[in-house]
Write a protein that binds this ligand. Structure first.
Ligand code: SAM
Ligand code: SF4
Length: 310
């Protein structure tokens, strides 16, 4: 049965890819920002403290979230990712993000996932879980503006066993010299199964790396990958992270976004802004490479993000 489902998923992706080659731009990922609430105030956060013009509505209701999942599915999305704010703080009555994951699976999404700061419960029913890790304890806590955050993350990870938890590192001035140390934490962990590297996308501009600093990080990351480090970015995407103004190349239509007020973006909410000219997100490089048929990116991303774990 699992094999049959996988075959269906492979076929769907193949058809989506062929359609995209012929100019049919349908989203594959539905990124739902389900809430703006958060228990932290991280220095670099694109939502807390740094974002302007966020909608006043702070949280999607369960019923609205399910409607939005259905709409995204009808548009073509098969990968469902919950973002925040802090998704594990999302609630509607007794319902948590875990119920949203179940609803997404029920609708037919192939893969569900969410990103978390790891200080709350880590719900394990989703296929992919991304935990933020910005460096060793001292630097992680400094960036996350609160003592004890690193220890809470590690303690919560100890309570769970999941094959597809990976770390998401945002590289900025504060942690730029700690790539190897951070990758080492992941290599030694039996709870975290890989690390995805991103550069900070401003604001805040003062924490952003210069292009030369980024070049040095990419050099180190490629060398670490050659040594066998569990870096999930494809090699080609790492190199394309040096194209800061990625707007021309960006296949942002691969992901649609839903905000807590149910506003939609078919493409990146930051397109055309100053942030867009300094984009540090790996995912958009991978999306673009996938639509260009880059085998490395297709293989690397499909291993982790394209198929259900069962
Ligand atoms: C907005 S957070 C939401 C999920 C959760 N609260 C967390 O911190 O993991 C999602 C991811 O985006 C990263 N992030 C936040 N601000 C960013 C920025 N300005 N540039 C790049 N990544 C950023 C966070 O570090 C986190 O890994
Ligand atoms: S935990 Fe996540 S959402 Fe909260 S402030 Fe930090 S990066 Fe932003």
């Amino acid at each position: 049965m699992a094999k049959l489902i996988s075959l269906g998923q492979y076929t769907y992706y193949a058809r989506w890819f062929i359609a995209s080659v012929f100019g049919k731009k349908r989203p594959l990922v539905n990124t739902m920002i389900i809430n703006f609430e958060c228990n932290l105030k991280c220095k670099h956060c694109s939502i807390h403290g740094n974002a302007s013009n966020l909608p006043d509505v702070k949280r999607l209701s369960y019923a609205d979230a399910v409607e939005e999942m259905k709409l995204g599915f009808e548009k073509g999305a098969r990968i469902l990712f919950f973002e925040g704010g802090e998704p594990t703080m999302w609630k509607d009555g007794d319902r948590t993000v875990s119920d949203l994951v179940e609803a997404g699976k029920g609708i037919g999404y192939f893969v569900t996932g969410y990103t978390t700061n790891g200080t709350n419960v880590i719900f394990t029913n989703s296929d992919v879980i991304s935990v933020s890790l910005d460096g060793p304890k001292e630097v992680h806590d400094k960036i996350r503006c609160s003592d004890g955050v690193y220890d809470m993350l590690m303690a919560n990870l100890e309570k769970v066993d999941h094959p597809n938890i990976f770390a998401n590192m945002t590289i900025m001035k504060e942690n730029k010299d700690l790539l190897r140390e951070t990758v080492d934490i992941v290599s030694k962990s039996d709870k975290i199964h890989g690390i995805m590297l991103n550069f900070l996308t401003p604001p805040p501009f003062e924490s952003m790396l210069t292009l030369d600093e980024k070049k040095e990080i990419v050099r180190q990351a490629i060398a670490l990958k050659k040594e066998g480090a569990p870096i999930l970015n494809s090699g080609k995407a790492l190199k394309e992270m040096l194209i800061e103004d990625y707007g021309e190349t960006c296949a942002d239509w691969v992901s649609m976004f839903v905000l807590p007020d149910r506003s939609h973006h078919y493409g990146c909410p930051m397109r055309g802004t100053e942030s867009c000219k300094k984009c540090g997100f790996d995912a958009v490089r991978e999306y673009s490479l996938i639509t260009r048929g880059n085998v490395q990116a297709i293989m690397q991303m499909s291993k982790r993000f394209a198929f259900s774990s069962d």
